[in-house]
Design a protein around this ligand. Structure first.
Ligand SMILES: [Zn+2]
Length: 518
C-alpha cells in the first residue's frame, strides 16, 4: 500500500529541526519513502475527503491520498511511562504520597483481575491515547496478585486490536512487602507484621515463565508493532538474583528494562536504611546499571547518582503530572540534561495523571522546571520539551525500526493536527503552541506503521460507545468488592503514615520539594 499525504505543513523533527511550510510525504506500507517540499506529484485535493478535510481518499488501486492542507503533519507522540493496570481508576483518590496511595491502589486494581476487564480497560487507555495523537506506549503492566498467561494475552490482544505501538513489561515484585519499605519492622503490630512478611504473589521462576509466554506469544507480532520489555518494578522490590535474570533477558534480546528509581524521599531513606547507599549506587554496584534501562522518575537523585546515570547511557522517564499528584518532588531536569541524559516523558498511570494525555505532560514539563531557580536561561524551551516527548520516547523504546522523524526510512508513525483550531489561532510559534496550547483536540488523524488507526473522531475498528458502556458495567459490578478491600487497607494506614512522616522528616542532604517543606 502506498500513501501520499499532500499539502500539509511538515514538522520533520529531524536533526536540523526542518519545518516545511508545505510538503508531500510518501509512505510505502509502514515506511516513509519520500519527503518533498511543496506539493510535487499531484494536486492538493483528495477526491473523497472526509469531514474536516484530512481524511483519506483512494485515487488508484493500492494508492491512498490524503489532503493535508491546513494541517500539520508531525511524528506521533510517545508515552514513555505508563501502567495500563490502573486505566479504570482515574480520579479514584485524593492526592496522596506514593507509599500511602499504593496501600489503596493495589486492592482497587483487583477490580481488573479477570481477563475481560483487563482487555477492556487496556483498550480504553489505548483509545484515549490514539485520539490525542499518541502512537507508541511503554506499558509497565502490573498484576494483582500475580500475572498469568491469560491476563498477559488480554492486555496484548487489546493493544493488537487498538492499532497502537506498544512495548509491554511485567512490573512484578518478588520480595515480601516488608523488604520494600523502611521502619515497618518497628512500627507494625504482630499480625500485620506477619502479613507483611508473607512471600510475594509469585516467585522468580513463575515470573520468568510469564516472561517466556509474553516473548513467545507476542514479541515482534502485529508487524513488529507489539514488543516485550522487562521490568523489575524497582530495585528494592526484587531479589538480586531475579534482577540479574531480568538483566540477562534484556541484554540477550535488546529489550528495554523498566526500573522505578528514587521516585520519593522515602525511597532515598530506604536506600540509606537497607543498603547504606543510594538506590542508583546499589544498582551500579550490582553491575546492572545499563543503557537498556528506562529509569523512571529519578527525582531524589544526588550528583553522584546523576553522573552514574549519565555514564550508563540510560534514558530517564519523566512523569511531572504524576509527580505533582503524588507530591513526589521535582526531578532535576536541567542537571540531568546538562549531563547529556536522554529524557522521555510519561503520563504514568491513569490514577496519578487522571488523563492519559501527553500534551498535558509536555506542558507541565515546560512549566514546572521554571521553579528550579531564577536563571531563566536554564528553563526548558518548547523545542527541548518536544524533543524529549518524541525523540526521548523513541530512544526509550529501543526499536529495531526508526521512529520519531519524518525522514526517509523512518516508520510512518504520524499525526495530522488541524491548524484551524483555537490552540493555533493566530499562529505565533508552532512549537510553543504545540507545547503550551494544544491539548489533543486538534488531532484529526493518527497513523501507526503506515496504517490509519484514528480518523476524525473514530478509532477504526473500535465501537467506542460500546467499549465505554462495558467498562462502566464491569467496574460497577466490582465496586463493592473494591470498597471492601479498601476498608482492609485502612487498617495499615496509621503505621504507613508514621513510616512516611519519619522518612519525610529526615535530612537526606538534598531537597526536591519546593517552598519550605515541613
Ligand atoms: Zn510507574
Amino acid at each position: 500500500m502506498r500513501t501520499i499525504i499532500r499539502g500539509a505543513r511538515v514538522l520533520t523533527m529531524d536533526g536540523s529541526g526542518t519545518d516545511l511550510s508545505s510538503a508531500t510525504v510518501t509512505i510505502e506500507n509502514d515506511t516513509i519513502v519520500a519527503v518533498e517540499a511543496g506539493t510535487a506529484g499531484g494536486p492538493h485535493d483528495s477526491p473523497h475527503p472526509t469531514a474536516g478535510g484530512a481524511g483519506p481518499g483512494v485515487r488508484e488501486a493500492g494508492v491512498r491520498e490524503i489532503d493535508g492542507t491546513g494541517h500539520l503533519l508531525m511524528p506521533g507522540l510517545v508515552n514513555g511511562h505508563f501502567h495500563s493496570s490502573a486505566n479504570h481508576l482515574k480520579g479514584a483518590f485524593d492526592s496522596l504520597p506514593l507509599e500511602i496511595f499504593m496501600l489503596f491502589e493495589t486492592p482497587a486494581d483487583g477490580a481488573r483481575d479477570d481477563t475481560r476487564s483487563a482487555y477492556v480497560s487496556t483498550l480504553l487507555g489505548a483509545v484515549e491515547m490514539l485520539k490525542s495523537g499518541v502512537t507508541s506506549v511503554l506499558d509497565d503492566a502490573f498484576f494483582v496478585p500475580a500475572p498469568s498467561p491469560a491476563a498477559i494475552d488480554a492486555i496484548m490482544q487489546a493493544y493488537a486490536d487498538s492499532g497502537i505501538r506498544a512495548t509491554v513489561a511485567l512490573d512484578q515484585p518478588n520480595v515480601p512487602e516488608i523488604d520494600k519499605l523502611p521502619f515497618l519492622e518497628n512500627l507494625l503490630p504482630p499480625d500485620l507484621l506477619a502479613r507483611a512478611r508473607q512471600p510475594a504473589g509469585m516467585d522468580a521462576a513463575g515470573l520468568l515463565e510469564c516472561y517466556r509466554h509474553l516473548l513467545e506469544r507476542w514479541h515482534g507480532t502485529a508487524g513488529g508493532r507489539l514488543r516485550a520489555a522487562v521490568s523489575c518494578s524497582a530495585p528494592q522490590r526484587v531479589t538480586p538474583d531475579y534482577f540479574s535474570e531480568l538483566d540477562a533477558l534484556s541484554r540477550r534480546l535488546h529489550l528495554p528494562f523498566f526500573i522505578h528509581v528514587l521516585e520519593t524521599k522515602l525511597q532515598r531513606v530506604l536506600g540509606e536504611e537497607k543498603f547504606r547507599r543510594s538506590l542508583v549506587r546499589y544498582v551500579k554496584d550490582l553491575g546492572l546499571l545499563s543503557d537498556r534501562m528506562n529509569i523512571i522518575h529519578a527525582i531524589w537523585v544526588d550528583d553522584e547518582d546523576m553522573d552514574l546515570i549519565a555514564d550508563s547511557g540510560a534514558v530517564v522517564a519523566h512523569n511531572p503530572i504524576s509527580n505533582l499528584r503524588l507530591g513526589s518532588g521535582v526531578m532535576p531536569f536541567r542537571e540531568l540534561r546538562d549531563r547529556g541524559v536522554p529524557i522521555c516523558l510519561g503520563s504514568d498511570e491513569a490514577i496519578t495523571d487522571d488523563s492519559i494525555n501527553m500534551w498535558n505532560v509536555a506542558k507541565v514539563t515546560g512549566l514546572v522546571h521554571n521553579l528550579n531557580g531564577g536563571d531563566y536561561q536554564r528553563w526548558p524551551t518548547a523545542t527541548e520539551v518536544l524533543r524529549c516527548l518524541i525523540h526521548g520516547g523513541a530512544e526509550a523504546l529501543r526499536l529495531p525500526q526508526r521512529i520519531g522523524e519524518i525522514t526517509v526510512g523512518h516508520q510512518a508513525d504520524l499525526i495530522l493536527v488541524d491548524l484551524d483550531t483555537l490552540p493555533f489561532t493566530p499562529l505565533n510559534d508552532l512549537e510553543r503552541q504545540l507545547v503550551y496550547c494544544e491539548q489533543g483536540s486538534s488531532v484529526r488523524m493518527t497513523m501507526v506503521a503506515g496504517r490509519i488507526v484514528y480518523d476524525n473522531g473514530v478509532v477504526l475498528g473500535i465501537d467506542e460507545r460500546a467499549l465505554r458502556a462495558e467498562a462502566r458495567d464491569l467496574h460497577a459490578r466490582r465496586s463493592a468488592a473494591v470498597e471492601a478491600e479498601a476498608g482492609g487497607a485502612a487498617r495499615w494506614l496509621p503505621y504507613y503514615r508514621d513510616m512516611y512522616m519519619k522518612a519525610a522528616a529526615r535530612d537526606v542532604g538534598l531537597q526536591r520539594w519546593i517552598g519550605n517543606p515541613r
